[in-house]
Design a binder for this molecule. Structure first.
Ligand code: SF4
Length: 494
């Protein structure tokens, strides 16, 4: 069998950008490494795919001994079909050098049904194209399909006892869409094959397609000539507006004329970059700080969101809090004190989490949170899960003030923030003595992955090491808030 030229993923890559397909085929070494977050999404997809096999138990896996041996997988699938197998996992097909590996193939009453599993809760256009390509390869390779369906996660499912795969997943036939896409798929396959075989790289300027439907993994190659302080750092305007500026020759922020139609927020950032001076609206800052009363708590949660619910009473992708850090000051000139909580791995953390949090935030005073949406959602979720704490949780919710507000509203704006309101971007701008750089865990998503992995970890030394790293990270988040708050207080003037 000839080696395949296109697979599902390279076909979709070519639809996003011909140059991306060309680079992948010819210069894969230029590809940017996936981030820890992207790798975790990929791993999550694989776990969900394996779990979904329980929907059709007793099947045979066509994956060959050497995973990359695709011809062996195609041959094995063919043998399984010929020998009367009725449920095949990872069924592989090839037609005209296009390879498709289907999650689950099932024979019912003499007809074949194809199922592709997605770890998402929604069906996207990309998934429909993916299924359309599968349909094209499978049917053209000689296996008629009665139907093809996407299996996604049902986000309303609540675990009770063992996870019920029939409750966790939801099915939708996409045969109609697949059929209507067949002519387009044929045409795009032909075009993509030409791109892959062409010795010349396709001309392709950077554009909005670099981000849609996915962030391209050749950005460090194609975007390397984009200068610092480029117009792509202006947030609050659309990508289309950024490219319009760039294509009109205004490549950097200092080149943007005084008179423009970019709006107030974008111009605050533009002017701050041009002057290099922070912008401080003292009156607005005073108003914000006037809402805060001592003792002040600086609070941050870490959560994990398993696609397949781990605990009874939880839903897919529910934010499950496993850690908090609290700094607190009883008055302005006091050094902040610190309290922390990190749940034991392997147990439902929610009850001990909320009990500990309520105990340490009893009484009065403002609870400052940076970007409070997640913390509010978690507390509201805990209210439903543990109605006995409802009143106390309402009290904490009523005391929350979002420390991001003055930055978001540009009452305080520093050019080095690059229009980002994340605390990690604020720190180098306004508290340069603090940094996440030396931390092994340096973002909420890495913390989430680390805690998820701890659930399966058995090496005590590794467990202690990761727990230490988690504690350090979360503590840094609230210490950073303390320092940022002190900068705001010092900036408001008399
Ligand atoms: S970075 Fe943009 S232009 Fe370059 S290959 Fe990717 S999508 Fe194409």
């Amino acid at each position: 069998m000839e080696k395949h030229i296109l697979s599902k993923s390279t076909f979709l890559r070519g639809l996003q950008c011909a140059k991306s397909l060309y680079l992948y085929k010819n210069f894969i070494q230029l590809r940017d490494a996936p981030s820890a977050e992207q790798q975790s999404i990929f791993n999550r997809g694989s776990n969900v795919g394996v779990f979904a096999q329980q929907l059709f138990p007793g099947g045979t896996d066509a994956t060959p001994a050497r995973r990359s041996d695709n011809p062996a997988a195609v041959e094995r699938t063919h043998e399984l079909i010929s020998s009367g197998a009725e449920v095949i996992y990872e069924a592989a097909f090839q037609f005209e050098q296009v390879l498709a590996i289907l999650d689950i193939l099932v024979k019912k009453e003499g007809s074949w049904y194809a199922y592709e599993v997605k770890s998402s809760t929604k069906i996207s256009q990309t998934y429909l194209l993916d299924a359309s390509l599968q349909y094209w390869v499978i049917t053209n390779s000689g296996l008629p399909l009665e139907d093809i369906s996407l299996i996604t996660i049902n986000n309303q499912y609540v675990r009770k006892g063992d996870v019920d795969p029939h409750g966790l997943f939801t099915f939708r036939s996409v045969k109609k869409e697949a059929l209507s896409n067949q002519a387009m798929i044929s045409e795009k396959i032909a075009q993509s094959k030409l791109v892959a075989a062409d010795p010349k790289m396709p001309e392709m300027r950077i554009g909005e397609h670099c981000f849609s439907p996915y962030n391209c993994d050749f950005m460090s190659t194609c975007w390397k000539n984009v200068p610092p302080n480029s117009v792509f750092e202006i947030t609050g305007i659309s990508k289309a507006d950024q490219f319009a500026l760039y294509d009109a020759g205004f490549k950097t922020i200092p080149e943007i004329p005084e008179e423009n139609l970019l709006g107030k927020n974008a111009n605050i950032h533009i002017n701050a970059v041009k002057t290099g001076e922070p912008l401080i609206d003292k009156e607005a800052l005073k108003l914000f700080l006037g809402k805060i009363s001592y003792p002040v708590y600086f609070m941050d949660f870490e959560t994990f969101m398993p696609a397949i619910p781990v605990y009874n009473g939880t839903k897919p992708y529910q934010h499950l809090p496993f850690q908090f850090s609290l700094h607190y000051k009883t008055h302005e000139r006091e050094e902040a004190k610190h309290i922390e909580f990190l749940a034991e791995q392997g147990f439902d953390p929610r009850k001990t989490f909320i009990e500990s949090l309520l105990k340490h935030t009893e009484g009065q005073g403002t609870i400052l949170v940076f970007d409070a949406l997640m913390e509010r959602n978690v507390l509201n979720g805990l209210k439903k899960d543990f109605p006995e704490f409802s009143e106390a949780i309402d009290n904490r919710l009523s005391r929350i003030v979002d420390l991001m507000q003055p930055f978001q509203e540009k009452s305080f704006y520093h050019p080095a923030m690059k229009n980002s309101f994340s605390i990690k971007n604020l720190l180098p701008a306004i508290v340069p003595e603090l940094s996440y750089a030396s931390l092994k865990i340096s973002s909420g998503s890495i913390a989430m992955i680390a805690f998820e992995k701890l659930q399966r970890e058995t090496d005590m030394f590794k467990i202690l090491e990761v727990r230490e790293q988690l504690l350090e990270y979360c503590k840094m988040d609230t210490l950073a808030m303390v320092k940022v708050f002190e900068v705001l207080e010092a900036s408001k003037g008399e």
